[in-house]
Design a protein around this ligand. Structure first.
Ligand SMILES: Cc1ncc(COP(=O)(O)O)c(C=O)c1O
Length: 260
């Protein structure tokens, strides 16, 4: 099918806005994508016709639950997750990472090690650094080659050999454009006994993601980078999400997918 930018533009009402008779130009890439009419219509339809808390025995609550189920199925499909139970929605990737890092903190012990990278967005660095500060963990930093903008697999292997509980790294760098060999890095992490936490916020709008093929333990992305509302998505292995301690109030659901 030929790429027709005029027809595609018509789907995005924000692109038709003019300021002082001049078309508005959007240059703030990290702010995310503009939203197509289909997403706006669906959001308005929900807020007008179905707005409710889930879990109730009345019409709008049931509709809310059905939409939530559909959203879990869609994201499981998007990431090729084995189950929609493994999808967690949250305000954004940063908040989800803070949340799950605290739950993971329950299984880490003082003196254990985490690995973060010099390439990652701070959202996949500082939640782990602060967790380490809180728990007395050691943080190992993976550098990248400033000539090739890539990680050195040997440096990665050497840090893993020090004994690491979790490695946090990006699928693609928002600053450099580097696409990392995530499958290989996850394999190395797994063989070294480390969990892998993959930031796919930058990659998700650009390429397909298959969490089963990648072999990661967690993967996060943000729908507002690919035409959705401002929303973050976390995928985690079912056995991990079922066992990790969820910080939640007592009446909240104890089972996946509502556990987190
Ligand atoms: C690579 C990368 N990771 C994480 C984030 C943070 O995502 P969020 O705004 O959903 O917290 C961003 C935001 O731009 C990003 O580019």
């Amino acid at each position: 099918m030929p790429f027709d930018p005029v027809r595609i533009r018509e789907h995005f009402p924000a692109l038709a806005i003019e300021d002082h008779d001049k078309p508005r130009v959007y240059l703030d890439g990290p702010a995310g994508t503009q939203v197509p009419r289909a997403v706006i219509d669906r959001t308005v339809d929900y807020l007008v016709n179905h707005n409710a808390n889930g879990g109730g025995a009345f019409r709008t609550a049931r509709a809310t639950d059905a939409i939530s189920t559909e959203a879990h199925l869609f994201m499981a499909d998007f990431l090729n997750a084995p189950s929609p139970l493994e999808i967690v929605f949250g305000p954004n990737m940063t908040t989800l990472t803070y949340q799950i890092s605290r739950s993971l903190g329950k299984i880490f012990r003082p003196g254990e090690r985490l690995m973060v990278t010099r390439m990652d967005h701070d959202a996949n660095v500082y939640p782990w650094v602060q967790l380490a500060e809180d728990l007395g963990l050691e943080v190992l930093w993976l550098p990248f080659d400033t000539g090739t903008f890539r990680f050195d697999p040997e440096a990665f292997r050497q840090l893993l050999e020090q004994g690491v509980r979790l490695v946090a790294f990006c699928m693609a760098s928002n600053a450099l454009g580097t696409i990392n060999p995530v499958k290989e890095m996850c394999r190395m992490a797994r063989e070294a006994g480390a969990l892998s936490y993959v930031d796919a916020v930058q990659y998700a709008p650009h390429g397909p993601i298959d969490v089963q093929d990648l072999g990661c333990d967690f993967l996060v992305c943000s729908a507002y980078k690919f035409f959705g509302g401002h929303q973050g998505i976390l995928w985690g292995r079912e056995e991990l999400l079922s066992e990790l301690y969820p910080y939640q109030v007592r009446p909240a659901a104890a089972k996946l997918p509502k556990r987190f």
